[in-house]
Write a protein that binds this ligand. Structure first.
Ligand SMILES: [Zn+2]
Length: 324
């Protein structure tokens, strides 16, 4: 008797669009995408999601693949056990939407949801830079500084599901800048994308970043551009990553002491800076954390890139299958 090969659908619900893929054992087989209107009401956005699911169901059928379920990674506060999107910055009109239940009723397949950083962490743990680790911190720097925590191979969500707000750890207790959250001196104010760009602007104003200035003749300033200039030897761009890495390392040193992780995975756009970012992070951890947990914690770059979210969301379905 031959059994039909299984796969899952993994969604990455981002700020400007939806990406979804058929995933088999962490490999993306085929991928689809759609725009999400900025003010998408739940009904409209769910209709777009269902359209993508049907498209992928057809593609799976032509390859004789069985879809086990659908996983979604969504930015925001997600009640994963209940399958509810509590709030999401990408979906501002959504409040307490029972997304898993609504999709499940429409397609008749199991649906699992969680936040986007946890999806990335799950993908990296099972199929990427975190393979083999049971105690993992995953860090991503985009607009904000997000993290996901995995202990004993399981996602840690906290008592009311909001664990992982690493970006709002206070690292500049006196005289720090005001953060989007209202507090002062959060890690995000010194290592988030806005902080990265403003550090670079200061280097440009002082004429300390000539290669970056040249690149800006036809490109806008971005973490990617700063990473490229740094890799090409631009001293000003390199100093940006030195400083950002220092602050991230200061924050991570506290987590290393508190949690004793096996691996720290750095993802998101800043990962493009590579060793220029990892070295100052590692130095700060060595200087600030206790020797034993600092030696244990292996600092690595994320391996799955922008596909980590879809691969991890698909892995939510695999995890659920193993536990039921
Ligand atoms: Zn904050």
């Amino acid at each position: 008797m031959t059994s039909t090969p299984r796969c899952q659908i993994g969604f990455d619900v981002g700020g400007t669009g939806l990406k979804a893929a058929l995933v088999q054992s962490g490999q993306i087989l085929t991928q689809v995408a759609a725009d999400t209107p900025a003010q998408a009401l739940p009904d409209d956005a769910i209709a777009v999601m269902l359209g993508l699911i049907r498209e992928l169901q057809q593609r799976a059928a032509t390859q004789n693949l069985m879809i086990e379920g659908v996983g979604l990674g969504i930015a925001g506060l997600i009640d994963a056990p209940a399958g509810v999107v509590v709030t999401s910055p990408n979906l501002p009109t959504w409040q307490n939407v029972s997304l898993a239940e609504r999709l499940q009723q429409a397609i008749g397949l199991p649906v699992a949801i969680d936040n986007d950083v946890r999806a990335m962490a799950m993908g990296e743990m099972r199929y990427g830079a975190g393979i083999g680790a049971q105690h993992l911190i995953c860090l991503t720097v985009g607009t904000g500084v997000g993290s996901a925590l995995i202990f004993n191979g399981e996602i840690y969500r906290g008592a009311s599901l909001s664990a992982g707000e690493f970006g709002h750890m206070v690292v500049v207790p006196q005289g720090g800048r005001t953060c989007g959250c209202g507090n002062r001196g959060c890690l995000e104010t010194v290592a988030g994308t806005e902080a990265i760009l403003s550090l670079a602007r200061r280097q440009l104003e002082r004429n300390l970043a000539p290669q970056l200035a040249a690149a800006m003749a036809d490109q806008v300033l971005s973490p990617k551009l700063i990473a490229e200039a740094a890799a090409a030897g631009d001293p000003g761009a390199q100093s940006v990553w030195q400083e950002v890495g220092h602050w991230l390392g200061m924050g991570l040193a506290s987590l290393v002491n508190l949690l004793n992780p096996q691996k720290i995975v750095i993802g998101g756009g800043i990962a493009q800076a590579g060793d220029l970012l990892l070295n100052p992070i590692a130095r700060a951890i060595r200087q600030q954390a206790f020797a034993r947990p600092a030696e244990t914690a292996e600092l690595v770059l994320a391996a799955l890139g922008p596909q980590a979210g879809m691969i991890g969301a698909a892995a939510f379905v695999e995890e659920r299958g193993q536990h039921s």
